[in-house]
Design a protein around this ligand. Structure first.
Ligand SMILES: [Zn+2]
Ligand SMILES: [Zn+2]
Length: 400
């Protein structure tokens, strides 16, 4: 029987698991209830299961019967964490936890990966290698993937994987059931800039007797936009957005300090290095020009998610062979979001694949984006993602 048909047969169970996780979302690195649901879903399968120490991850290893020894090894990753968003979808399985929602669809990834573990376990005797199932907490800013690498996920099977794959659903843009990937940069690097401008407070009517940090901080915000256009190649794009800016208490007091936070997105190591060098320098020099001082901290968060060219081509071919024409697209451009699967792809060649989960009755161009309180991810994508996870592992192991 085709993997797709097998995935269809268990679609009800996958949806049930997804809804249970969706109803009880958990945020961050510690997701005990989600972990419990995953362990229950994997119960009885022929897997070597271990759980995280510093985070509530689940690593499951399936050793096939067709080879002596462990290899080759393929890693499949699904993230498990929710976001600090209060759900407003009105779905029957909507979040029952105020202030937490699976608004990025990670509930889908967890359920699909558990489904793939079931399908592949049923083929254990014929499996020509080993599969690591990586159930990961803390994708949304806590670098859960890096923690799991530190706890040994890449060595869970005894030898390093030859390839690693992750799926991510999208509530908009892609029609339901359509896959999308590309060779090279797939998602941006995301870094944080923290700035504090220090002056000397005073009476707002006598600014010459104070050292006002506000105009200098405003100048920095604008100068950062100029920096983007004057110091970076337009064909190697950079985005800087100041998302938080705070100073002062009222109209007639000059404050001592002004501060802002910005995110910096980039797609190459050279641009990222240049940002880390140029941004703090620009900020400090503007402060100095006004007789002020500034602390500017550039902290590296997630690296660029870079798909291996061969693995991306392999994934596209696997999608075409398993799902037929029209179901996969080669994305023209990377996405400006960021992913901690980048830490895995820095160690192991692989591919990050997007999967459309926009409800079929909505216009993908107009539908709310991931992270929105009204984002809806359709269950119809569940068997498709389950099947692709399983197909990628089966086909890649068969290639050796
Ligand atoms: Zn997200
Ligand atoms: Zn996500």
């Amino acid at each position: 029987m085709l993997v797709r048909d097998e995935a269809e047969q268990i679609a009800g169970d996958i949806a049930e698991l997804r809804h249970a996780i969706h109803r009880e979302p958990e945020i961050g690195l510690y997701l005990p209830k989600t972990q419990r649901k995953v362990l229950d879903a994997l119960d009885g399968l022929p897997l070597e299961i271990s759980t995280g120490r510093a985070l509530s991850s689940v690593t499951a290893v399936l050793r096939g019967g067709r080879r002596s020894g462990a290899g080759p090894v393929v890693l499949l990753r699904g993230d498990m964490d929710a976001l600090p968003v209060t759900e407003e979808t009105g779905l029957p399985y909507a979040s029952a936890v105020p202030g937490a929602m699976h608004a990025c669809g990670h509930d889908m990834h967890t359920a699909m990966l558990a489904g793939a573990a079931r399908l592949l376990s049923a083929r254990q005797a014929d499996l020509p290698g080993t599969v690591i199932f990586m159930f990961q907490p803390g994708e949304e800013g806590q670098a859960g993937a890096r923690h799991m690498i530190g706890e040994g996920v890449l060595d869970a099977a005894g030898e390093r994987p030859v390839a690693a794959y992750a799926l991510h659903v999208s509530s908009n843009k892609l029609p339901c059931g359509v896959f999308s990937t590309r060779p090279g940069p797939m998602l941006a690097a995301a870094d944080q800039i923290t700035v504090t401008v220090r002056g000397r407070g005073g009476h707002a009517s006598q600014p010459h007797r104070a050292a006002d940090p506000i105009p200098a901080a405003c100048e920095m915000v604008l100068a950062l936009q100029t920096l983007v256009t004057r110091k970076f190649d337009v064909f190697d794009p950079v985005v800087i957005t100041v998302g938080s800016f705070h100073a002062g208490t009222t109209d007639n007091v000059i404050p001592d300090e002004a501060g802002f936070l910005a995110t910096a997105r980039s797609y190459s190591a050279s641009s990222r290095t240049a940002l880390a060098d140029l941004v703090p320098r620009l900020v400090r020099d503007i402060a100095s020009a006004h007789g002020l001082t500034a602390d500017a901290e550039y902290s590296a968060e997630y690296p660029v998610t870079v798909n291996d060219a061969d693995e991306a081509a392999f994934a596209v071919q696997a999608i075409a062979d398993a799902f037929g024409p029209g179901r996969g697209e080669m994305a023209k451009f990377p996405i400006t979001g960021a992913e901690d699967f980048s830490f895995i792809l820095n160690e192991v060649p692989g591919a990050f694949v997007m999967l459309g989960a926009c409800p079929p009755d909505r216009d993908p161009e107009a539908a709310p984006t991931n992270h929105s309180a009204v984002a809806v991810f359709d269950d119809a994508a569940l068997p498709e993602g389950t099947a692709l996870y399983a197909e990628l592992a089966l086909r890649r192991l068969a290639r050796g």
